[in-house]
Design a protein around this ligand. Structure first.
Ligand code: HEC
Length: 94
């Protein structure tokens, strides 16, 4: 019998997250305190209900347009949005 497969391949989303988001949000979505200090704000932890409760369209808008002190993320390809959002959905409180 085949082993259960994850519903989608998160590899591409993980790669986008590590190159585009990790510097500010940390590899687990906890946030990088040095960046928070520099920007004089705090990043919400990405597995928080306030973030996970947003729709994919909202998350795409945040990434593309920025939100509060978060600037729009540059250099995102069309397919990067869906894959990075799928990855963000897998982040859980460690
Ligand atoms: C330059 C640093 C930086 C980068 C890069 C960055 N973020 Fe953020 N992000 C922030 C900060 C700071 C906030 C908090 C903004 C505020 O509330 O003022 C934030 C907030 C968020 C929020 C919550 C927004 C809200 O309105 O609740 C989400 C979701 C998010 N980021 C996702 C991402 C994703 C996904 C990426 C990568 C594609 C990314 N961020 C890249 C700094 C960054």
């Amino acid at each position: 019998m085949a082993l259960a497969q994850p519903p989608e391949d998160l590899g591409p989303g993980r790669a986008v997250f590590m190159s585009k988001c990790k510097v500010c949000h940390g590899s687990t979505g906890e946030g990088n305190p040095a960046v928070a200090r520099a920007l004089k704000t705090t990043q919400p932890v990405l597995y928080a209900e306030t973030v996970q409760g947003k729709s994919d369209a909202d998350l795409k808008k945040i990434i593309a347009m920025g939100s509060g002190k978060m600037k729009p993320v540059a250099g995102m390809g069309d397919s990067d949005f869906g894959s990075v959002i799928a990855f963000v959905r897998t982040l859980k409180q460690p």
